[in-house]
Ligand binder design. Structure first.
Ligand code: GLU
Length: 445
């Protein structure tokens, strides 16, 4: 790493002890940025990097609620408003027991660059709670969401900060959060949250957008090698919203998705995952992949283990951070891997990324490859601002244009900096320069 950036990195790491995932995200970005600072010494003079690594505002709050048995439960809520150089803070809320400040900061930090790459006017933020929705009734989830919003409402707004979903937060949770915001503020402020239901201000394609976008980005990478999804053998990790829609899109382009996973195990379905059944089990029944395997029949379900033991030509990690390590990456490479498109945020460890890049595998990092979700959130904000709602076709066309644009920006930036095909470098520099220019223009704030 560039020596000037090393000193800044060490200070950032020391100022934020115990936040391993945030450290990982910062180090990965810093490793790309040396050449930018050779060209732009003004970024160093204005301490852009030091400012970028310090969130503009961090909110941590108590979330008290009662469960169905009448017992009091206490969770911790977070919203990290990281950077507003390009627009209102924008990013999802994650409800998962692993959530703590270090996870929210890594996600918020990634979101700054991702949102910049979309070309839409959105800053970076992220939030969530250590609340575990798994096994909770609808009524418990509603009471939790209402309590969460009773604190959060004072910090957000269509021009201030616009949350959305992430792991554990989907249409049901956004509905309860929006209802409580409306009730407290007495405003039908559609643009305060995205991922809303289609009849009350949501956008068509938003539910599909992250998974679809990941496949569109990966398809653009494959095209640079004269290839496409047609005929590829694909493995997807996860079986939530991102994974299901990535599977659907990849199969619509002629690929066979032979495996996917949940936190208990994975299924191998050589005929190709039955998306309609998977949606039924996961989205309607909120069931487990084991249930899919039983209902589908003729497929193997592996309890525990790693889905990355299944050979693939294209891997789409769509579960969670650090789910794919160096050993798994090496195994996939030996099995004939051509491309990786990250549907989740930072699913590949730093070792895994190095293995892919050394082996010449096309590697699309999450902040580029999974930007379709937040980009379509920005399209939802646009529709809300103009009190309009667009057709599926038009919205999907916009999403496709945006993903192709992101691919182009990453690829051309990598070329410009003498590292053709390095999408990590292209995404980090492409996102950073846009934010840094805006920060310079807006003065020392
Ligand atoms: N949570 C998603 C992401 O990681 C979407 C955020 C949004 O739509 O604001 O980008």
């Amino acid at each position: 790493m560039d020596a000037r950036l090393e000193a800044i990195r060490d200070t950032v790491l020391a100022r934020n002890p115990g936040e391993a995932e945030f450290h990982q995200a910062v180090v990965e970005v810093f490793e790309s940025l040396g050449p930018v600072h050779d060209r732009h010494p003004e970024f160093l003079e204005a301490a852009i990097l030091e400012r970028l690594c310090e969130p503009e505002r961090q909110i941590i709050f108590r979330v008290p609620w009662t469960d169905d048995a009448g017992r009091v439960q206490i969770n911790r809520g977070f919203r990290v408003e990281f950077n507003s150089a390009l627009g209102p803070y924008k990013g999802g809320l994650r409800f998962h027991p692993s959530v703590y400040l270090g996870i929210v900061k890594f996600l918020g930090f990634e979101q700054i660059f991702k949102n910049a790459l979309t070309g839409m006017p959105i800053g970076g933020g992220k939030g969530g709670s250590d609340f575990d929705p798994r096994g909770r009734s609808d009524a418990e989830v509603m009471r939790f969401c209402q309590s969460f919003m009773t604190e959060l409402y004072r910090h957000i707004g269509e021009y201030t900060d616009v949350p959305a979903g992430d792991i554990g937060v989907g249409g049901r949770e956004i509905g309860y959060l929006f209802g409580q915001y409306k009730r407290i503020t007495n405003r039908y402020e559609s643009g305060v949250l995205t991922g809303k239901g289609i009849s009350w201000g949501g956008s068509l394609v938003r539910p599909e957008a992250t998974g679809f976008g990941t496949v569109i980005f990966t398809q653009e990478m494959l095209k640079t090698r004269g290839s496409s999804f047609d005929g590829q053998r694909v493995v997807v990790s996860g079986s939530g919203n991102v994974a299901i829609n990535a599977i659907a899109k990849a199969q619509s382009l002629g690929a066979t998705v032979v495996a996917c996973s949940d936190s208990s195990g994975y299924v191998v379905d050589e005929a190709g995952i039955d998306v309609a059944l998977l949606r039924e089990v996961k989205e309607v029944e909120r069931g487990r992949l084991k249930d899919y395997a039983e209902r589908r029949g003729g497929v193997s379900y592996v309890d525990g283990g790693s889905v990355w033991d299944v050979d693939a030509t294209v891997a789409l990690p769509c579960a969670t951070q650090n789910e794919l390590d160096g050993d798994a990456a090496a195994r996939l490479v030996r099995g004939g891997l051509l491309a990786v498109g990250e549907g989740a945020n930072m699913p590949s460890t730093r070792d895994a990324v190095a293995v892919f890049q050394d082996a010449g595998v096309l590697f699309g990092p999450g902040k580029a490859a999974n930007a379709g979700g937040v980009a379509t959130s920005a399209l939802e904000m646009q529709q809300n601002a103009s009190r309009d709602s667009w057709s599926f076709e038009h919205t999907e066309e916009r999403l496709t244009e945006i993903m192709v644009g992101i691919h182009h920006r990453c690829a051309s930036t990598a070329d410009e900096y003498g590292q053709p095909g390095n999408y990590v470098l292209g995404a980090n520099i492409g996102g950073f320069v846009k934010v840094a220019d805006a920060m310079l223009a807006q003065g020392l704030i």
